[in-house]
Write a protein that binds this ligand. Structure first.
Ligand SMILES: *[C@@H]1O[C@H](CO)[C@@H](O)[C@H](O)[C@H]1NC(C)=O
Length: 191
């Protein structure tokens, strides 16, 4: 038989848990946000070879004195550039299927640096209009006021190894798209 007194104890524990929530939510928030970044694996070591799920953040680009950034190995993925007012970019290689979530995650990462890092607007190069729109929607969820100043759809060549890379020079918002043949994946490595 359930005892009424113990039910009361249970309820008051629950209530104090709720009352405590606002205090602990400050701590929980950054953790919850970082979970949304799950598909970005880390910073790219080479600004001219930004592969799947990697990025270069604007302050890093600036302090290392980079003069251009290239998102490479595109075959369906998306290149996202977010610029400061001098067109110093934060650059993201967004994996196919993750457009909305990673567009948002990228926006949050740049937003956390401060609004000067997105004051120049954003540019997106995608393989389809649907993917481009999903990145844009995700980005605008994170930064509603950001301007989208360059939208392009790239067309890669024929064949399994056909790849596109997108390069943008420092102080520019112009996409230079180049098609090339990728190298086959290493044996034993899954696509
Ligand atoms: C390039 O893209 C292909 C297809 O998505 C992938 O299998 C391969 O691992 C990528 N190469 C590198 C170096 O990331």
């Amino acid at each position: 038989m359930v005892n009424v007194k113990s039910l009361f104890v249970g309820a008051s524990v629950l209530i104090s848990g709720i009352a405590a929530a606002p205090v602990s939510s400050d701590v929980a928030a950054p953790e919850a946000r970082s979970l949304e970044r799950r598909t970005f694996t880390g910073a790219a070591s080479d600004p001219n070879n930004i592969l799947e799920n990697t990025y270069i953040m604007g302050p890093n680009y600036k302090s290392k004195g980079y003069t251009s950034a290239t998102v490479s190995n595109l075959s369906g993925c998306t290149a996202l550039y977010i610029w400061d007012k001098d067109f110093i970019p934060s650059v993201f290689h967004i994996f196919c299927g993750q457009e909305r979530a990673d567009g948002k995650a990228a926006g949050e990462m740049v937003e956390e640096l401060g609004s000067q890092w997105w004051a120049g607007g954003a540019g997106i190069s995608s393989s389809t209009p649907t993917r481009l729109k999903a990145v844009k929607d995700g980005l605008k969820e994170a930064i509603p006021d950001i301007r989208i100043i360059n939208e392009e759809i790239y067309t890669r060549g024929e064949g399994d190894m056909a790849r596109t890379k997108v390069t943008v020079a420092k102080n520019s918002n112009v996409f230079n798209e180049v098609n090339y043949e990728g190298t086959p994946t290493q044996q034993g490595k899954k696509n």
